[in-house]
Every structure is written in structure tokens, then in C-alpha cells.
Design a protein around this ligand. Structure first.
Ligand code: PLP
Ligand code: ZN
Length: 466
């Protein structure tokens, strides 16, 4: 049975539900404009019936598809023939029990795990989705691929293009909204980088127009194939927990691709009988980019069996435009006011009995420093998950005995400016980078010590501070 008979695309709106061939390049339903899912006729394929079926791939890691932490689960998203799959060994990531961070969050020791997606080849979880979208682009013969990006999507796309030379990358970024760590990747990988005046939301509007008019393949997370790859983050979490489902998955919310993908993953695993319990999902906004929190908690917007309150959402965006409100947070990867996957995320929250919270940049930076001092570290946006878990613990929504997994979406070195400013002894540096964002204290700063270049002074400093 070929992949095109097993997999198809389907509009997520139940009142439309139109289906499309897997070879079609679409980022929205041509009929009604809603987002699309990749769906599977499981009975026409050979879906795994137990986790053992998937574990078998471990014995064949000489096959690069099994080496990939994404594609070794490909029987759970069988849209591509093996020979078309493009992999760079993404998904070699780690689920780490983090007792120091557990203490900070207020959990019992052993009960908090961190999923380090910064270990991906381009340094963020985006590679999980990019390998899948890139594979689809390759399946349909695309020659150019584009994205709007706050940084990590562009780094990932540019990497897949440069290593494989299968496509040319076209990247849209806003002004002043991209960290050097991320921008340097896109430039070094040779991507065509277009900096337009405006922010991420503006760049997103343009890239959609350009890709439509110029027949360029769009790899932002409106692309349903991205989310198929990102499901594998949950598969790896379960694998690391020996297929035991945790109580909570806590994830930062930007464009809401991850949260949407996670919900879909659990929905399908339940459908296939591979899990019987579904974890609760907590999606964490930065308070400077809190559209989901506003709509979900203040306005009561819900998935509502596929009929979310579209009038309420539209009124919210209209008001935002009228007031000229722009997203503003240090956590640049989630500095997004118009999350493209909003409706899918509502569906995930519905299925996973989810909650939504927002955390301040102060809380994000403090949580980030705790992650760094008790683990591998992460970029600011990632730490929203840990700050969110702490908040939910304080509220009593998460119990100290719950099993919690926080997703750390990106690598520490993606945004060294924020980290160095936090630990800096120089008040001007602190103020410029953090103070301007409302961060008042470097609560857990680890200051460097200035020492004279004399052996005695150095020895004394180590004795004094070490
Ligand atoms: C893209 C990104 C996010 C946001 O993820 P969404 O799926 O868009 O919600 C969070 N953190 C990092 C590091 C990212 O690169
Ligand atoms: Zn439709």
C-alpha cells in the first residue's frame, strides 16, 4: 500500500472536512480557509500495535531513518516513502530528570523532567518539524522553500537547504527581532535573508503572499507536515519514560505548533490503542505576547466541537490592530500575537484537558537561570515552560507528586545576550537588555569576579568565592 493511499490532508473544521491528496501543497483549506491536518487511513497501512514494534527500529540504527529520533517513529506518520525522506539525524534529544529545577518549581524530587530539544542539529526543536516539511517539499519537487521566523525556523530551514542542496532557502525576518545566535546560522548557511520593516506577525503575512504568488514552498507551522514531525517529541518523551504517560506536559506557546502537534500525537496514540491515559497540557505564553491566554482564560474561547467563537477571536484581533498593540517579550521565539495554529491548539487543549497561563519576562529569566544551573540550559522562550510549571504548582493546579515534563525548546547559546546581561555586573548592560523589558532583578545572578592578574589574588579569590 503506497503512502498516498494511507495519508491524506483534511480540513480541521468538522463542518467542512474536505479532504485533499497528500501531494497537494496547501497551507489552508481552499474551500473554507481553515487549517489542514495530515490524516491516515490506519487500516490501509500497518500501524504499530505495540511499542515493541517501534523499539525494533533501535536494533537497526545503521539505517539513517532509524537513527533519526523523528523518523524511527515514522509508522506513526506514514506520509512519505522511505526513499524520499530527508534526515540529518535530528531528534537525538534527552529527557532528563531535573531535581534542582524540581525544587525551584516546588515539585517532589524525581517528578520533574526536562526535555532538551536544544540538542537538535540546528539547536532547537524546529528540526523535528523541518525534517518532515522538507521531506514533503522534496516529495512534491519544490526548488525553493521559505519561512517567516523569529530565528529558529530560519536556522533550521537554512540548515536543511545547505546540507542537502535540494532547495534554496528564502527567509523573512522582522527588524530587530532576531538574536545574533539565530541570525548567524541563517547567514552562514547561505540562505537568502530578507529583513522587512515590521515584526514577526508582519513577516508572516508577507511570506504567505510571496509563497502563494511565486510557487515557493512554505515551511512555517501552518504547514501541516511540520506538525507531523513535531509529534515525535512526545513519542521520545514516552519512550524515555518507558511508555508511561506523565500527568503533565508543559510547553511554551508561540505560534502554537508544538502544543497542537502534541495534542494530535496523543489523540492518535489513543486511537491506535498505544496509550490509555492522556496527559494534561499546559501552554505557557509570555505576558508580552498573551493572545492565547487572553482568549482562553478571559474570553472563554474554546474548541467547542470545531466551532470556536470566531467572532470573539476576530474582535480581539481587530481591537489589537486598532490599538496598534505589538507583541513584546525577551522570549523572542514566542514574541507572537497572532498564533497561526490557534484553532488547532484549542482542539489540543480540549482533548488534553489543558490549561493556559502567562508568565512575565522576570519569571522567565529567573526560571532560565535555574534550568542552566541545574542542567544543560535553554534559551529564554524555553524557560517559559518551567516558569509556567512553577506558577501552576503555586496555584495548586499541579500537585507536587504529579509527573511533569517541561519542554525546553531551544539551546542556551541561541540567545547569549540575555544570559550574559542577566549575570552581568554592569548595570547598563542589564538595563539595556533586561530592564527595558521590565526585568527588575537578576534573582539568581552568577557574577563574574574581577581579579588582578597575580597568583596570590587568584588563589585568594578561589578560596573566598569557590
Ligand atoms: C518556535 C519556538 C517556540 C514556539 O513554538 P510554537 O510551536 O510556535 O508555539 C518556542 N521556543 C523556541 C525556542 C522556538 O524556537
Ligand atoms: Zn475546509
Amino acid at each position: 500500500m503506497s503512502n498516498s493511499q494511507i495519508a491524506y490532508q483534511k480540513c480541521i473544521s468538522p463542518s467542512c472536512g474536505k479532504t485533499y491528496d497528500i501531494q497537494q501543497v496547501l497551507v489552508a483549506c481552499p474551500q473554507c480557509g481553515e487549517l489542514l491536518d495530515v490524516r491516515y487511513n490506519w487500516d490501509k497501512g500497518a500501524p504499530p500495535t505495540s511499542w515493541k514494534d517501534i523499539e525494533k527500529n533501535w536494533a537497526h540504527r545503521d539505517n539513517k531513518l532509524n537513527f533519526s529520533g523523528v523518523w524511527r517513529f515514522r509508522s506513526l506518520f506514514p506520509f512519505a516513502p522511505d526513499e524520499k525522506i530527508v534526515t540529518l539525524g535530528e531528534g537525538q534529544t534527552l529527557l532528563q530528570q531535573a531535581n534542582e529545577v524540581a525544587k525551584y518549581v516546588g515539585m517532589n524530587a524525581d517528578n520533574l523532567h526536562l526535555q532538551y530539544e536544544g540538542m537538535n542539529p540546528s539547536g532547537s526543536f524546529k528540526d523535528n518539524g523541518m525534517t518532515a516539511a522538507f521531506t514533503h517539499a522534496h516529495m512534491v519537487g519544490a526548488k525553493r522553500a521559505a519561512c517567516a521566523s523569529t530565528g529558529n525556523t530560519s536556522a533550521s530551514l537554512a540548515m536543511y537547504c545547505s546540507v542537502t542542496q535540494l532547495m534554496k532557502a528564502v527567509i523573512f525576518i522582522g527588524t530587530g527581532k532576531i538574536s545574533y545566535g539565530k541570525l548567524s546560522q541563517a547567514l552562514d548557511y547561505g540562505a537568502l535573508t530578507l529583513q522587512i520593516s515590521g515584526d514577526f506577525d508582519d513577516a508572516m503575512v508577507r511570506v504567505k503572499e510571496v509563497t502563494r504568488d511565486m510557487d515557493i514552498y512554505l515551511v512555517n507551522s501552518v504547514n501541516p507536515f511540520r506538525l507531523e514531525g513535531q509529534k515525535s517529541i512526545m513519542f521520545r518523551v514516552l519512550e524515555a519514560l518507558r511508555w508511561e504517560v506523565p500527568d503533565w506536559i508543559v510547553v511554551p506557546g508561540g505560534n502554537l505548533g508544538n502544543s497542537s502537534a502534541f495534542g494530535k500525537a496523543f489523540y492518535e496514540l489513543k486511537q491506535l490503542g498505544l496509550i490509555d491515559k492522556v496527559p494534561r497540557l499546559a501552554v505557557i505564553n509570555a505576558s508580552g505576547a498573551d493572545t492565547l491566554d487572553q482568549l482562553y482564560n478571559r474570553q472563554g474561547v474554546r474548541w467547542n466541537d470545531g466551532n470556536p467563537q470566531r467572532d470573539v477571536i476576530k474582535a480581539f484581533y481587530d481591537k489589537m490592530d486598532a490599538e496598534g498593540l505589538k507583541a513584546s517579550t525577551l522570549a523572542s521565539a514566542i514574541e507572537i500575537n497572532r498564533p497561526v495554529n490557534l484553532i488547532k491548539c484549542l482542539r489540543a487543549l480540549d482533548f488534553c484537558n489543558g490549561v493556559v497561563r502567562q508568565v512575565t519576562d522576570q519569571e522567565i529569566m529567573d526560571a532560565k537561570s535555574r534550568v542552566g544551573s541545574g542542567g544543560i540550559g535553554c534559551e529564554p522562550a524555553s524557560a517559559a515552560s518551567v516558569a509556567g510549571a512553577k506558577l501552576l504548582r503555586e496555584e495548586g493546579v499541579i500537585a507536587p507528586s504529579d509527573k511533569v515534563v517541561c519542554i525546553l525548546t531551544g539551546h542556551l547559546l541561541k540567545d547569549p545576550t540575555a544570559t550574559v546581561a542577566y549575570h552581568s555586573t554592569d548595570q547598563d548592560t542589564f538595563n539595556e537588555v533586561l530592564g527595558s523589558r521590565g526585568v527588575r532583578r537578576a534573582t539568581f545572578a552568577n557574577r563574574s569576579i574581577t581579579v588582578k592578574n597575580e597568583l596570590d589574588d587568584i588563589v585568594q579569590a578561589i578560596q573566598l568565592y569557590g
